[in-house]
Write a protein that binds this ligand. Structure first.
Ligand code: 5BU
Length: 449
């Protein structure tokens, strides 16, 4: 105990925990801030810490050690040097050239890998790291953590079957610092009341559609239609003739918020078809959504959008565009609503974490982008559309990967699901559309609880 306390007091002098008022990544005001990175600047303390972390696990069972980037990297390295257990390095993002692997080092599938984390809060970043390590074929059973902020992270991981060992809890740290007069009673009270008010389980709350901060008229309109119809369903009409398209629109129109099209797959695209489609959309109260996935410089996109055979600018409510060419390239679509492709559903997609972050930055800077297509939660100022949804299939043989409505509403806080083959290929598309509407709306309601 004495050694643990000594270590903490020394680490405190290095500035690993600060008291005052700090805005956390989540936007929450916290009376303290923890940052273990300064420890790496003190070899002696880093060694002590790593030794203590190794004590928490059965060294004999370890085959590899991996630190969650970046703060835990020096700790994992030091643990590897002390124990002789090989180190592997997890990248934060794919470097884009060379092997393109997310894990660097020598390892074999099936090996057991100990994960090292500095601070655990909700456990979200650890879950992501575990996913990536497991994707490489490694086994994760144990995780060691220096500090538990006691905000539900441990429970989240234990529920998934991982053994988590922690050196300190935040309450322990506060008590030790108080005992040695580094914190006075008033400060202890403030920090403890903050900790008590903080939820013990991760309570991510999703925002109701009507409370979303969407300004764009097409986005507002989508929300109004969704609430009127009790539907979060966008049907993807990937049919190849105008007859099939108009039939589908007529049959399922009253169950959907938008009909998503790939106009360039329709063999007999005509303006009569467009006129008819528009009249069905007006009658059945849904929007027309061209999934064109523009991906060029602004000037070319503008020509593709306003000229050519399809002249989308004249008749669609919204279009999809990649963000790859940057923010200015997206302005050419004004005033049509733009749905930014931030992340794709297909196996092997290049939209990794780095891409998604950069893409969201572009989307958020663009005034006419009101929604994003992604397979993860995005911020409240964009609506989230998620394709790759199917109740029966797990995927196709061309890389598509499916999830259920329940999964995407619950885990990603999706606002609208996009369903193609689940509806238009069903024996009875009307029955299928009603099933996706109903299950989608119920899953959305459940995710609000
Ligand atoms: P499906 O039949 O439900 O697999 O069709 C999905 C539709 O969504 C299809 O039109 C795709 O082009 C579209 N899609 C997708 O599946 N995944 C993506 O990441 C993006 C679009 Br972006």
């Amino acid at each position: 105990m004495q050694a643990k306390e000594d270590f903490l007091l020394k680490a405190y002098e290095l500035g690993i925990i600060k008291f005052g008022s700090f805005t956390l990544k989540s936007g929450i005001e916290s009376p303290f801030y923890v940052d273990l990175r300064p420890l790496a600047s003190s070899p002696h303390h880093l060694k002590t810490l790593s030794h203590n972390l190794l004590q928490l696990v059965d060294e004999k069972s370890l085959e590899l050690i991996c630190g969650v980037p970046y703060a835990a990297l020096p700790m994992a390295t030091t643990m590897s040097l002390e124990s002789g257990v090989p180190l592997i390095i997890k990248r934060k993002e794919n470097k884009g050239y060379g092997t393109k692997r997310m894990l660097e080092g020598v390892y074999q599938k099936g090996q057991n890998c100990l994960l090292v984390e500095d601070v655990i809060t909700s456990g979200k970043s650890l879950v992501e790291t575990i996913d990536e390590v497991e994707k490489e074929g490694l086994k994760v059973t144990d995780i060691v953590v220096v500090l538990d902020r006691e905000q539900g992270g441990i429970e989240r991981l234990e529920k998934k079957g991982y053994r988590v060992s922690t050196l300190f809890t935040i309450n322990e740290v506060i008590d030790i610092l108080h005992k040695y007069h580094r914190l006075d009673a008033e400060e202890v009270k403030e920090v403890k009341s903050f900790l008590n008010e903080s939820p013990t389980a991760p309570t991510r709350k999703r925002t109701r559609l009507e409370d979303k901060e969407i300004q764009h008229p097409v986005g507002r309109n989508m929300i109004d239609i969704a609430l009127r119809k009790k539907s979060n369903l966008i049907a993807s009409a990937d049919v190849v003739s105008s007859m099939e398209l108009l039939k589908l629109a007529n049959e399922i129109g009253d169950k959907i918020v938008a009909l998503k099209l790939h106009s360039d797959i329709i063999v007999d695209f005509t303006w009569d078809m467009v006129t008819e489609l528009r009249s069905i959309a007006r009658e059945k109260d849904f929007l027309l959504f061209e999934d064109r996935k523009f991906a060029d410089i602004g000037n070319t996109q503008e020509l593709q959008f306003k000229q050519g055979i399809y002249r989308f600018a004249d008749w669609v409510d919204m279009i999809t565009a990649h963000t790859i060419a940057g923010e200015k390239s997206l302005r050419v679509f004004e005033p049509t609503g733009v749905v930014a492709i931030v992340e794709m559903s297909s196996e092997g997609t290049l939209t990794d974490n780095y891409y998604v972050t950069q893409s969201l930055n572009v989307a958020q800077k663009s005034p006419n982008v009101f929604a994003a297509v992604a397979q993860r939660q995005v911020s409240d100022d964009l609506l989230l559309f998620t394709p790759g949804v199917n109740l029966e299939m797990k995927g196709d043989n061309k890389g598509q990967q499916y999830k259920t409505p329940k999964k995407v509403f619950n885990d990603y806080f999706t606002d609208f699901i996009i369903v193609g083959r689940g509806i238009y290929k069903a024996n009875d598309p009307v029955v299928a559309a009603e099933e996706y509407r109903k299950q989608g709306w119920e899953a959305y309601q459940d995710s609000l609880k």
